[in-house]
Design a binder for this molecule. Structure first.
Ligand SMILES: [Zn+2]
Ligand SMILES: [Zn+2]
Length: 265
């Protein structure tokens, strides 16, 4: 079996214009048995002053319309859920309104800060704000369990690293350990996000995360591109899968109806 990508965005997300059909052509060429997009559901998005909500009803309809054209690919429904502590009820509502196959949990912003924007780190101080960023992930993974995969743990770190590559994620080891403790305890899966890895472009950064997770007993991983354009579908999976394997992992995880399956590597 060929592993499908479990974190991609199409025109149903605010930050992509890609057609589902373009992704499907690539998924078919690769020989994927499943296809899923994980559109954004980000409430109170700090930089946008609004909720960024995908239309999952229309997406579902479109996916269904392709099923005959792509009989060998099973269409799944996914979501990238932005954690917001004071909107838990609304998060639960969308999760209960659709039959999602996979739920990726993300922290893009919080405490009135957008972790994608370096200027905010300058104002508060890089280390101070990165501590806040990791504290938010600790809070999310402590209090919230209605998800399958923790997405891009190093998303906020990447923003700083791209400006100041002297900073190492190992400086936040105690906080990362708390996050790993939470996700392992709750049976969740850690995502390796190739978009973040490609940006950081230091395989030792990834090895550090993988080794720490493994030492703590973490075994469940997804490998995902976070593509917003079809060209990046499953981007550099072969390269990162080799590193994952070399760190001792012998399988990746995929989800159907939120039930996890092993893909041996
Ligand atoms: Zn994200
Ligand atoms: Zn994403």
């Amino acid at each position: 079996m060929i592993l499908h990508d479990q974190h991609i965005h199409s025109k149903y997300s605010h930050d992509s214009t890609e057609e589902i059909s373009n992704y499907l052509e690539i998924a078919k060429k690769r020989g994927c048995l499943y296809f899923v997009t994980t559109e954004h559901y980000d409430l109170d998005a700090v930089s946008f002053f609004c909720d960024l909500i995908a239309d999952f009803t229309s997406l579902q309809k479109e996916l269904k319309s392709y099923q005959k054209q792509y009989p060998t690919i099973k269409m799944l429904l996914g979501i990238e859920l932005g954690y917001k502590k004071d909107r838990i009820k609304d998060l639960e509502q969308v999760l209960n309104s659709y039959d999602f196959d996979v739920i990726n949990l993300s922290i893009h912003d919080g405490n009135n800060v957008d972790f994608y924007i370096y200027d905010t780190f300058l104002k508060k101080g890089e280390v101070t704000l990165l501590n806040e960023y990791f504290d938010l992930i600790i809070e999310a993974t402590t209090n919230f369990t209605h998800y399958n995969v923790l997405s891009h743990i190093d998303y906020g770190f990447k923003t700083v690293y791209l400006v100041n590559n002297k900073i190492k994620i190992s400086a936040f080891e105690e906080k990362i350990k708390q996050i790993f403790t939470n996700i392992i305890k709750h049976g969740k899966t850690l995502e390796i996000n190739t978009k973040v890895q490609e940006a950081i472009n230091d395989d030792n950064h990834l090895r550090y995360i993988l080794n720490l997770y493994y030492q703590m007993g973490g075994r469940k991983l997804t490998l995902s591109s976070d593509a917003h354009k079809s060209e990046r579908y499953a981007s550099r999976f072969e390269h990162y899968q080799k590193i994952i394997k070399a760190c001792g992992f012998n399988y990746l995880v995929y989800f159907v109806k939120q039930k996890e399956y092993k893909y041996f590597i």
